[in-house]
Design a protein around this ligand. Structure first.
Ligand code: AMP
Length: 215
């Protein structure tokens, strides 16, 4: 099963992704995580990506498509299936993904669209924190202002692009580009909408129901 999680920044994709990969054993392909690692490692790709990420814009399609192609060509992707998290974000990325999957005889089985009220997003993102070591996501309001990760003890930090000014630009990028994927996947018949304005447990229950229909 190959699944894509679609939703605005702050919709809760990362939290849902962690649960999906744990239950269904899928390879978690988060382009945001791959890019943040490249930035932390200071690779040429990371240096190029950081410019766009710090401004709340998208990293160029060819760069991200290359990263994804490389990952899905590894044998475990076909064996276990993939959860695409934060990719595709543009129509050219979606078309490239369709082509890359069909070249391997694969397809996207479900696109789970996590829908949240835009007014809630800025508050959600600016209170988000993440473990630098294992990537676990926390929220200051529900988890308190943690210094260390409850899973691995790693440093809990606020992402550079989770400030209000950058969040607003990321929302603009979502509106201008990524929201176009909703009709794209609706036309393919793979879109499953889930109400993200609920607790993570409730949202996950709906995600599971959506995946049960295809899995
Ligand atoms: P995320 O962790 O998915 O919110 O991604 C963080 C940032 O990484 C985004 O704001 C973009 O700058 C960049 N990024 C992640 N995935 C993509 C993608 N598929 N296409 C372009 N840029 C991306």
């Amino acid at each position: 099963m190959n699944v894509m999680l679609l939703g605005a920044p702050g919709a809760g994709k990362g939290t849902q992704a962690a649960r999906i990969v744990e239950e269904f054993g899928l390879v978690h392909l988060s382009t945001g995580d791959i890019l943040r690692k490249a930035v932390a490692d200071g690779t040429p790709l990371g240096i190029e990506a950081k410019r766009h990420m710090d401004e709340g814009g998208l990293v160029p399609d060819d760069v991200v498509i290359g990263l994804v192609r490389e990952r899905i060509m590894q044998p475990d992707a076909a064996e276990r299936g993939v959860l695409f998290d934060g990719f595709p974000r543009t129509i050219p990325q979606a078309e490239a993904l369709d082509e890359a999957l069909s070249a391997s005889g694969l397809a996207l089985d479900a696109v789970v669209s996590v829908e949240v009220d835009p007014e809630a997003i800025v508050a959600r993102i600016t209170s988000r924190r993440q473990c630098r070591a294992c990537g676990k996501i926390f929220n200051v309001i529900s988890d308190g202002d943690l210094a260390a990760c409850t899973e691995c003890g790693g440093e809990v930090y606020q992402r550079d692009d989770d400030t209000e000014a950058v969040v607003r630009k990321r929302l603009d990028a979502y509106e201008a580009q990524t929201s176009k994927l909703v009709p794209y996947y609706a036309a393919q018949g793979t879109l499953r909408a889930v109400d993200g304005n609920r607790t993570p447990d409730e949202v996950y229950e709906s995600v599971r129901e959506a995946l049960a229909e295809v899995g």
